[in-house]
Write a protein that binds this ligand. Structure first.
Ligand code: PLP
Ligand SMILES: N[C@@H](CCOP(=O)(O)O)C(=O)O
Length: 468
């Protein structure tokens, strides 16, 4: 399998290189050159299989040649061994036609673990094989950071630097990043919002002398392997609910568009999907774009669903490339307009193609809280604020026939204050995470300035001087 950049000007790469690269050198994001196809019998055979077996079948065509089958199987087995539910991503029925796909049974209680636990192992494998070290950077609005740190803490070949918006993540999220004591972990609290953090990460990838000097690697969903691992649970849920013999709809709480792009990928690979519904909080750039055809940045408003407080949605670029027929020049034009003027227009044809697949809706703060209260009072099911946004938006897109799966992206205990205010019930952390709430914290507060962050990384990353 070969990978090409959305902007069409970076080298075509194999899987192992895409895994280590993060952002393409033309500023774009890597996509597989073609979508592997699964026929109806293969999809039907996923029903009832262990998650790990489906993961192997879905992931291997993308990885073929880079990682031998037995090694890939072992990595998958180890990655999901630590999940607290034997089904890894169980489906729970919460209404006559509605299901929540619980993606939060991993070590840091968010869907990010599903991909990150595998990504950490794959990167370590490739770095060891090549005798290299890497400096990993990531931007987080709360969940990616903790999941990435958990996946890479103590790993000999990597140092990890996570940039998060100071004061804008929940205390559980912050502690997941600041309490690991391993020396290769660096939690950087930046004086800005998530978009500032993400812009600095992309800026560092586009600063080639720095990028090469520190052997920069990325674990945000700009890294294709993150999306790849997330495709699996769409197939697992789809097959459990009757695919390929009937269509399924998915509503996805969305920020950086990575999770829902994985659903789009599953669809391209043969999963019969009726609709992929984008659910946003009041930072609703994606819902607005699908409605108006104009992608237009506004300021970020802090909400009780902080992980979705995002305006510049990285993976939307992957969708643009798809609906523009992989026309790199068209994608470059739109991305240049975005960086120059803060907005761009999507042409009619590509917009029509998007609307054929995607629906969208937005959920404000009151609606988020009342959705949490409602499901708690009616069904005794406690939602986290991000999943609540999905549940709220899904109602408007449920046709009463096609099963509607809402992606349950985080455990309510990650947001105990907001959940308690909404439902009167304070969710408890799993026993093994409770110590974290009293452990010593370690973080570095820095200005949201690329130069400042780069200097900090150069001073602390072992890849700069060591190179195994
Ligand atoms: C709990 C939670 N829900 C939803 C999202 C949105 O996911 P994505 O950025 O892949 O759209 C995130 C973070 O991105 C998150 O942490
Ligand atoms: N919501 C995310 C934002 C970064 O997401 P990613 O999927 O692009 O890595 C978070 O919680 O950090």
């Amino acid at each position: 399998m070969k990978y090409i950049s959305t902007r069409g000007e970076a080298p075509v790469l194999e899987f192992s290189d895409v895994l280590l690269q993060g952002l393409a050198r033309d500023g774009g994001l890597y996509l597989p050159e073609t979508w592997p196809q699964f026929d109806a019998d293969t999809i039907a055979s996923f029903a009832g299989k262990p998650y790990q077996d489906v993961a192997f079948e879905v992931i291997s065509p993308f990885v073929a040649g880079a990682i031998p089958e037995d090694d890939l199987k072992s990595m998958i087995a180890e990655a999901y061994d630590g999940f607290r539910h034997p089904a890894v991503t169980p489906l729970v029925q919460t209404g006559p036609n509605t299901f929540i796909l619980e993606l939060f049974h991993g070590p840091t209680l968010a869907f990010k673990d599903v991909a990150m636990q595998l990504l950490g192992r794959m990167m370590d494998y490739v770095l060891t094989e090549r005798g290299l070290r890497a400096t990993i950077v990531g931007a987080t609005s709360g969940d990616t950071g903790g999941a990435a740190i958990e996946a890479f803490r103590g790993r000999e070949r990597t140092d990890i630097f996570i940039l998060f918006p100071d004061g804008r993540v929940s205390s559980v999220q912050r502690r997941q990043m600041t309490t690991p004591a391993e020396k290769n972990v660096h939690a950087l609290a930046l004086n800005g919002d998530f978009d500032d953090c993400q812009a600095i990460v992309k800026g560092m990838f586009n600063h080639f002398s720095f990028r090469d000097r520190v052997a920069l690697s990325g674990v945000n969903s700009i890294n294709w392997a993150r999306i790849l691992a997330q495709i699996v649970y769409y197939f697992v849920a789809g097959a459990a609910l009757g695919a390929p013999h009937r269509k399924i709809s998915f509503t996805v709480p969305t920020g950086n568009f990575g999770d829902i792009f994985a659903g789009y990928a599953a669809m391209q690979m043969g999963l019969p999907v009726e609709k992929l519904v984008v659910a946003t909080n009041v930072n609703d750039i994606l819902a607005r774009t699908l409605k108006t055809g104009r992608y237009e940045k506004r300021g970020v408003t802090p909400t009780i669903s902080p992980s979705m407080d995002i305006q510049v949605s990285s993976n939307f670029e992957r969708l643009l490339a798809e609906v523009c027929g992989r026309d790199g020049a068209a994608v470059r034009r739109m991305m240049n307009q975005l960086s120059q003027s803060g907005s761009f227009e999507i042409e009619k044809g590509p917009l029509r193609a998007m609307r054929a697949v995607f629906g969208a809706g937005r959920c404000n703060e009151d609606e988020t809280a009342s959705t949490i209260a409602e499901l708690w009072n009616e069904a005794g099911y406690l939602l986290d604020p991000h999943t609540a946004i999905g549940v709220h938006v899904a109602k408007d897109h449920d046709n009463g026939e096609t099963p509607m799966v809402v992606l349950g992206t985080a455990h309510p205990a990650k947001f105990p204050d907001a959940v308690e205010r909404a439902s009167g019930n304070r969710p408890e952390l799993p026993e093994n995470l409770k110590d974290m709430m009293t452990a010593e914290e370690r973080q570095q507060v820095l200005a949201a300035d690329q130069g400042v962050v780069e200097r900090y990384i150069e001073d602390h990353a072992r890849a700069v001087t060591a190179g195994v």
